[in-house]
Design a protein around this ligand. Structure first.
Ligand SMILES: Cc1cc2nc3c(=O)[nH]c(=O)nc-3n(C[C@H](O)[C@H](O)[C@H](O)COP(=O)(O)OP(=O)(O)OC[C@H]3O[C@@H](n4cnc5c(N)ncnc54)[C@H](O)[C@@H]3O)c2cc1C
Ligand code: SF4
Length: 328
């Protein structure tokens, strides 16, 4: 499979990247590591006329402390650099676990954390080459008008498969986006939409410039990933759990699921049940049962969807037990 022709621009600052993206118009796209975008271009899912590459934009790379004691992750920081960062490993174990579970070491050398949170949604009927998709007359997400997963549906149900997104949401991360209109800062959670085609609340001319993690404080976090092959595979279920413990009492509890919808899903009923309580075995089991409800796996990724839904209970329960068991 060959890439379609495109113009390649290599800005060296955020200001230049924003200007280039705006002046090239809707046919332009940002590329970071290209490990998601280039395969998509080869399969003709996306065919941008111009790519604005972030590789030479130094201010978008690196992990640094913020004045409040948190961490700033430059979005163009490679996954390998994040995996190797001792501060991330020591203070954000769930993020570290999630990042080192992404694809393979070679792809992590190229792939970035920004590209990971903005990853395209995935589906068995979409992540195929052009000829395969043409044989089924395409589908609603790209060039067709039918959803083969839910033929009566007027929306696309492709899944969000980012490993880092549920963890970053559970940790309360915020993002900054730069465009010709200025810079805006929003919780990462607000960037996602439950729609497989329009899965991001981000304008095409916005460049992600910062991922901001709050101070770790006494937060404990855990990430569990269900996939067929341990060596590499996208998650068919990702469960991030986080909470602050006061003795045995948990507050600020977060349970975030991914791979079961077009956006990461907060299991809010489970969170509310656990808030301010001791995480007993019974309570943890009940939370798993509640988290089962908002998970809506469909027949568009690996494994049988009813089994994947059952696994939500198991992974949530295990994630909460892991919080209870760790000192951080
Ligand atoms: C074989 C294989 C296995 C994989 N396994 C996994 C897996 O297990 N888990 C997982 O989560 N991912 C997986 N991936 C997907 C991918 O490798 C990672 O998600 C990676 O982090 C994407 O980052 P990137 O820099 O390569 O993104 P790119 O491909 O460069 O970009 C992805 C998207 O983000 C946009 N973008 C990137 N940076 C910015 C920015 N700063 N501002 C605005 N837009 C931006 C691009 O325009 C594009 O739309 C896999 C990929 C492959 C090929
Ligand atoms: S969920 Fe439906 S519309 Fe979306 S990619 Fe899959 S088949 Fe296409």
């Amino acid at each position: 499979m060959r890439l379609p022709p495109f113009k390649y621009l290599a800005p060296t600052s955020v200001a230049e990247a924003v200007l280039m993206l705006a002046s090239e118009g809707p046919g332009a796209s940002v590329v970071a590591g290209g490990t998601d975008l280039y395969p998509n271009m080869k399969r003709r899912h996306q065919t941008p006329k111009t790519l604005v590459a972030l590789r030479r934009v130094g201010e978008l790379r690196g992990v640094s402390p913020t004045p409040d004691g948190g961490l700033r992750l430059g979005p163009a920081t490679t996954l390998t650099a994040i995996e190797r960062d001792s501060r991330v490993r020591a203070t954000q174990p769930a993020l570290w676990t999630a990042v080192r579970s992404i694809s393979t070491p070679l792809l992590r050398n190229m792939g970035t954390i920004g590209g990971n949170v903005l990853l395209d949604t995935r589906c068995n009927y979409y992540n195929q080459n052009f000829e395969w998709r043409r044989a089924i007359n395409f589908c609603m997400k790209c060039e067709g008008d039918t959803c083969w997963v839910a033929p009566g549906s007027d929306r696309c149900w492709a899944v969000n498969s980012s490993d880092s997104a549920p963890v970053l949401i559970a940790l309360g991360a915020r993002v900054r986006l730069a465009s010709p209109r200025g810079v805006r800062e929003v919780p990462l959670e607000a960037l996602y939409r439950e729609d497989g085609i329009s899965w991001l609340a981000k304008e095409p001319d916005e460049v992600l410039t910062d991922l901001l993690l709050p101070p770790p404080g006494e937060v404990r976090s855990h990430y569990g990933k269900l996939r067929r092959r341990g060596a590499f595979d996208f998650p068919v279920l990702g469960v991030a759990t986080a909470a602050t413990f006061h003795g045995e009492v948990a507050t600020g509890v977060r349970v975030v699921l991914n791979g079961v919808g077009s956006a990461p899903v907060r299991a809010k009923e489970a969170e509310a049940l656990l808030e301010g309580k001791r995480l007993t075995d019974d309570l943890v089991r009940a939370a798993g049962d509640l988290a089962f409800k908002p998970a809506k796996p469909l027949d568009n990724t690996d494994f049988e969807n009813a089994w994947r839904k059952k696994m939500v209970k198991v992974y949530v329960r295990d994630g909460l037990q892991a919080l209870r068991a760790t000192s951080r």
